[in-house]
Design a protein around this ligand. Sequence first.
Ligand SMILES: Nc1ncnc2c1ncn2[C@@H]1O[C@H](COP(=O)(O)OP(=O)(O)OP(=O)(O)O)[C@@H](O)[C@H]1O
Ligand SMILES: [Mg+2]
Length: 474
Amino acid sequence: MQSLRWKLILMAAAIVVIPIYFLNQQAIRSFDLYTRTALEEEMKGNANMAGAAFLAYLQAEETEKPILAPALHNVLSSFQEYGKDFNARLLLLDNRGIAMFDTREPPEKGKDFSNEEAVLEVHEKGFGAAWSTTGDNKLTYYYIAVPVGNPDSPEGIAYIIQHTNPIIGAILRLKSNQTRATAAALLIALFTSILIAFTLIHPLRRLTQATHDFARGEPNVKIPERGKDEIGQLGKSIGQMVEEIEKRNIYNRDFVTTLAHELRTPLTAIKGATEILEESKNLPLEKREKFQANIRIETERVIRMVNELGELTRLDAETLRTERETVDYSVFIRQVLEKLEPAFDQPHARLVSEIPEEIIDVNILPTRIEQVFANLLENAFRYTPSEGKVTLRVETSPDGEVRTDVEDTGCGIDPVNLSKVFDRFFTTEPTGQPRDHGSGLGLSIVKSIIENHGGTIHVKNIPDGGARFTFTLT
Ligand SMILES: Nc1ncnc2c1ncn2[C@@H]1O[C@H](COP(=O)(O)OP(=O)(O)OP(=O)(O)O)[C@@H](O)[C@H]1O
Ligand SMILES: [Mg+2]
């Protein structure tokens, strides 16, 4: 939980910071490049201007030089004025690279500059540019040298040195502005993402808490289902699941209670009979035999119930899809009837089949559907006098559904019981009778099997008397 929140926040921060960082870098780089180029152009212009005045001075007659010198000094001093901020220095060199004029105080007149990188370049390329940084990396110096007079054999060189501090200052200012902007964007991003994380994660936490409580078995757990968004939906489906589990729990509880109750009847009968046999040693033989028979019958009843319950639990857990086979339904029914016929009580009512001629494919688990016929026919024969009739009718519908009726002409079902006959343990058979049926599980097994096949089953009383069970298969 914690980690999800932090993941969201980190993600939002990264989305904001990473592009801003790269954009800033790009902006600063192009600003830097632009200003440096502009600076170089400007320095070149200044050098050319001073160079022109210098050329006039160089080309003048010796006698005219004292007149021209003040004009040249004017140019130099106005440059000095201009270049204060950049610590700019203008040197006018003769054609050997020796300084004739220097704007620095004190001037380095007569110093040899011929080995400076930019000065050397003038002779090679007709123009020289170089840069260097101070040892502490704080200042970047720019050097520009231009020829004075004919570029191929210059009469002198105008040489300007200046540092780029103002530009670097501007860049630094830009950088710090951008850092501030980034920080502000980051703050906003963090704030919104924290907000989102909380609004998103809070309901999730409440959901988790509620499901934990439910899992721990706390009573009346309320699953929060607010909102129409995905989390609301999740809440709704968890709510439905909880409801379903609760329903099932109640059902299971009821089932076990009924089961205990149903088992108690035969077990009490067995216990009673054994006690009588133990206590009354001189019981007449025929009575003794009757009690012994009862014990056997009740024990068999318990065994049958336990077997049927086992079957039912298995059906609950079974998904039949994998094991099903496609069979021709009419052939299948004929085989089943041949097999079951001898097992029914004799004499029994007449069995009539009304099955269409054509091939009807059904996708079923044959042993299970055989069980369905066995249980339905057993009931039908039990409740129908031997002069009566039991009809087995198969009909197909155009949408591929196959309907099967098991219809009898017996007593039918008391209308108050119609809705209960499929319930587990529901029976109208009297208990404690020496019969091998009456556990009330037959129809609930039938219903489970049909529903596991994706079909439906229902029962009706028919007008002329008797009951009709109808189930569908596909
Ligand atoms: N064809 C029928 N005609 C009339 N009543 C029926 C018919 N089939 C079932 N019933 C009623 O439905 C009840 C439940 O039937 P179900 O097969 O589930 O149990 P059972 O036959 O009593 O016992 P079991 O099948 O476990 O031996 C029966 O006791 C009976 O009252
Ligand atoms: Mg039955």
